[in-house]
Design a protein around this ligand. Structure first.
Ligand code: UD1
Length: 430
């Protein structure tokens, strides 16, 4: 429901009050990657030994995944950004719908549970705000590894036949390079008997981070980050300490925030190769970028319109499409943004239009005519990255915006208002 409606009825919804016309300066620190941390937490189910994950961000999605692991019998201890996990005694192989609903990453547990215990019962994660998001490829891969899978009444029941209940290596070719399917199959195959391969695998950095953790636990995975991943199954895995990689999407969001406010900002730590497509588009639209080791400095002045099309990695990430569209609303000239990954990821268009943006939407393509400045408005972010796009747009707008949809925002951005305020923004959480 738009905020204007809720406020007029006297209903209070948590929101951010963002003062516009802001200039950012100084530095912003980037957290560990949400999408990596979630899958690494699931991978902890693969060993009885203690695992220490470092650089885990404080996010509601991470809390949700923690709840799921606790339900399965895992012991968890948070200590700052360190997360101690021990999956010695798993007393459940089944997850209730109430926990799974709203956290797609819960489905990651199916691969490790099958590999370690030979059975799992997990409700289908279902679609979400941005699209249908099927798990057909995940299931196809697990079946190829020898699992029996039955999908009925919205629940996936999976088991491994035989007295050993051990998956068997297989050569799997994905129909589409799904990130989640690649991760699920990878986690299942590391403890399978014999060799497996995944062709047409997703190449996202999160896959490499998962493979690095698995190899630190004693797995034999090679080729992660490329189109074909090879896995030699091992009998068991052991514990280790592992540091989650920096969040490339959070870093990209703050780079775009600097660009839309025509500011200079330093952002670290980043892994520059994870952001190549985004950095190229920022350069194309006129930003000056300097990379020194794991730090990037951005200086933005005049911004020109550029076209983007979202693609699997190493292409432009769909998770930065909404923030980049916010930037294009005040660029000089026309830009065309095409969303190729999700069928329903244009919810921010209507909200940006309410801030005065000139955008024509034709299916999954938006044509944006840049205007000199947006005007503040009450807006609602309907999904995680749309809400981030609203924050970014509001920083540069004329006036004070009110942004609802913080339940989405808090899933993926830890203390976003504090980080931006330390860099010169004026944002209040109500
Ligand atoms: C992950 C990320 C998400 C990001 C996405 C794409 C996590 C927790 N989430 O999501 O932030 O936006 O990658 O970079 O890591 N598809 C099929 N059949 C399948 C599986 C997927 O058609 O069996 C399609 C999906 O509908 C979608 C596309 O493939 O259109 C990409 O999905 P996928 O790569 O699986 O994304 P996730 O792993 O869910």
């Amino acid at each position: 429901m738009p905020i204007a409606a809720t406020i007029s009825k006297g209903i209070f919804n948590p929101h951010l009050e963002v003062h516009g016309n802001c200039t950012l300066s100084g530095e912003i620190k980037i957290n560990g990657a949400k999408n990596s941390a979630l899958v690494l937490m699931a991978a902890s189910l693969l060993t009885e030994d203690p695992l220490l994950l470092k650089n885990v961000p404080h996010l509601t999605d991470i809390e949700g995944m923690g709840e799921i692991l606790l339900t399965l019998g895992v012991k968890l201890k948070h200590n700052g950004n360190n997360l101690h996990i021990q999956s010695e005694e798993l007393h459940h192989v089944e997850l209730p719908y109430e926990l799974v609903h709203g956290l797609r990453a819960s489905f990651f547990c199916i691969g490790p549970l099958l590999a370690r215990l030979g059975q799992a019962k997990i409700p289908l994660p279902g679609g979400c705000e941005i699209g249908a998001r099927p798990v057909v490829e995940h299931i196809k891969g697990l079946k190829a590894l020898g699992a029996y899978i039955n999908v009925e009444h919205g629940v996936v029941t999976a088991s491994v036949p035989g007295s050993q209940r051990r998956l068997k290596g297989a050569d799997i070719v994905l129909d589409c390079p799904s990130v989640g399917a690649t991760e699920t199959i990878l986690m299942a195959a590391v403890l399978a008997e014999g060799k497996s391969s995944i062709e047409n695998a997703a190449q996202e950095p999160e896959i490499q981070d998962l493979a690095k953790l698995l190899n630190s636990m004693g797995a034999k995975v090679s080729g992660a980050g490329g189109r074909k991943i090879t896995i030699q199954g091992v009998n068991q895995l052991h514990g280790c300490d592992y540091t989650v990689m920096p969040d490339r999407i959070e870093a990209g969001t703050f780079l775009i925030a600097a660009a839309i406010t025509r500011s200079s900002l330093r952002i670290s730590p980043i892994i520059p190769e994870h952001l190549n497509a985004v950095l190229q588009k920022l350069r194309d639209c006129g930003c000056k970028l300097q990379i020194i080791e794991d730090e990037i400095q951005i200086k933005a002045d005049e911004i020109k319109g550029v076209d983007i099309t979202t693609q699997p990695f190493p292409g432009f990430p769909t998770d930065l499409q909404a923030p980049f569209m916010a930037l294009m609303t005040t660029a000089i000239g026309t830009s065309v943004i095409t969303e190729k990954i999700y069928e329903n990821r244009m919810q921010h268009v209507a909200e940006l239009q309410r801030m005065g943006a000139s955008i024509r939407l034709q299916g999954s393509t938006a044509v944006i005519e840049g205007i000199p400045q947006l005007s503040a408005a009450p807006v609602y972010g309907g999904d995680l990255r749309s809400t981030a796009a609203m924050v970014i747009a509001s920083l540069s707008a004329k006036g004070i915006s009110k942004i609802e949809g913080l339940n989405h925002l808090d899933r993926g951005y830890a203390e976003i208002e504090n980080k931006l305020n330390r860099a010169g923004a004026h944002i209040i959480r109500h």
